[in-house]
Design a protein around this ligand. Structure first.
Ligand code: FAD
Length: 139
């Protein structure tokens, strides 16, 4: 059964560019093996990640991610069955709050800062729909 899981967490203070690269590269490697796709955003010190794949596998990956000391305060924001993947071509794409993406983040924020913890499941889905179309990705 195909599902999507969306969660937010806060990056720990000591997180640097090398950590972000490590996270992205291990995500891409592991997710390709697991058949998990999705996107990871970082803005305003907050990670927002959408994982898609088999329910059992996504649960396993999510519980591994929870043990990671590079972030804290995880909260599941949306968990639902899907009929097809939104991110069928990325094992894990990552976008950050570079100038090109700032407008995209703010479009779906209710305040001046990007705060996915306060976004509804509907708004999150609209945000990720637009991410697929318009985001500028890190590699
Ligand atoms: P490696 O790839 O060998 O480790 C890579 C590097 O990360 C090494 O430098 C190692 O020292 C460091 N590292 C590994 N685990 C930890 C840890 N728990 N705490 C601190 N440093 C660590 N993994 C996925 O597979 N898929 C994802 O979609 C995914 N998304 C993530 C999203 C966020 C916000 C964060 C913080 C992490 C995410 N990760 C993801 C990483 C995940 O938490 C594990 O670190 C990773 O899956 C371990 O992979 P590996 O065993 O191949 O380790």
């Amino acid at each position: 059964m195909l599902i999507q899981l969306t969660y937010a967490s806060r990056s720990t203070d000591a997180l640097g560019a090398a950590d972000i690269k490590d996270i992205l590269h291990s995500s891409q490697r592991n997710n390709a093996i697991d058949g998990v796709t999705g996107a990871l955003c970082l803005s305003n010190g907050i990670f927002l990640q959408q994982l898609e794949g088999d329910r059992h596998v996504v649960n396993r990956v999510y519980h591994r991610i929870l043990k990671d000391s590079r972030h804290k305060d995880p909260e599941i924001l949306d968990f639902s069955e899907i009929t097809s993947r939104r991110f069928s071509t990325w094992s894990m794409g990552m976008l950050s709050s570079v100038a090109d993406n700032r407008q995209l983040f703010l479009k779906y924020a209710s305040s001046a800062d990007f705060d996915p913890y306060s976004m509804s499941p509907g708004t999150l889905r609209a945000f990720f729909d637009e991410v697929v179309q318009n985001a500028r990705w890190l590699s």
